[in-house]
Design a protein around this ligand. Structure first.
Ligand SMILES: *Cc1c(COP(=O)(O)O)cnc(C)c1O
Length: 232
């Protein structure tokens, strides 16, 4: 089941790439394993080409990190509190959810202690939803300029969580807006800043996101099935 789901998502990614005239090698599929057992992660790694997994809680990520019997590229995709930074800076391959200088400074401090450089994305609240984390489109470049000089933090691009939409087409404009913002910041050639990663698109809308330039898509339900928060 897991393997079939994963491979179906890969085929959908391929088809979206074809429509958009892109190469599939440009896309990293992040399997979002939150609330799901580590055994699901290990099964996917054993049976498919999956390497990259996303978690939105620090405790769950570190638990899985500690018990995993195989190497996993862990991505922290959820909101991060400064007091939890120390648990993950040396365990994640990327933090997708940096939305303040305060948080970036906390990452810098812990990364320096552990002598690692942490790759991050700036989380942008493209749709301006009040309930969501993320910096506004207008504030993004300013935040990039604040963070760029932190030696143990490396900005690699932008991330967004689009609104929940039954029709993925409803989010196309937001994805396009994030891509435009990425290109705009990239064109300024800011020192120490890469603008190559665009993390956008989830189960409902990753194909549209790819058509609009996503380089990382974060798919949970489409691979692991529905999450049951009551049982977990
Ligand atoms: C849960 C989550 C996802 C995956 O959501 P699905 O709709 O299950 O694919 C992607 N990104 C973030 C930040 C999430 O928290």
């Amino acid at each position: 089941m897991l393997k079939e789901n994963y491979e179906q998502v890969k085929r959908n990614i391929e088809a979206a790439c074809k429509r958009a005239g892109r190469d599939v090698s440009e896309i990293t599929l992040i399997a979002v394993s939150k609330t799901k057992p580590l055994s699901d992660v290990e099964t996917l790694i054993r049976e498919t080409d999956a390497h990259d997994f996303g978690e939105n809680k620090v405790q769950e990520l570190t638990d899985k990190y500690e018990h995993a019997s195989v190497p996993v590229n862990w991505h922290l995709i959820g909101h991060l509190q400064t007091n939890k930074v120390k648990y993950i800076v040396d365990k994640v391959c990327m933090i997708h959810s940096v939305d303040s200088f305060h948080l970036a400074k906390a990452i810098e401090k812990e990364a320096a202690k552990k002598n690692v450089v942490v790759k991050i994305l700036i989380e942008v609240n493209v749709a301006g939803e009040e309930t969501k984390f993320g910096v506004s489109v207008e504030e993004t470049e300013n935040l990039v300029n604040q963070i760029k000089d932190l030696p143990h933090v490396r900005i690699c691009g932008l991330m967004t969580i689009a609104p929940f939409a039954d029709n993925p087409e409803d989010n196309r404009g937001y994805f396009r807006k994030l891509k435009d913002l990425l290109l705009d910041i990239k064109s300024k050639n800011i020192d120490n800043v890469n603008m190559n990663v665009l993390s956008m698109g989830m189960t409902n809308d990753y194909e549209v996101a790819i058509e609009e330039g996503a380089t990382m898509v974060r798919v949970g339900t489409g691979i692991f099935g529905a999450r049951n928060y009551n049982l977990s």
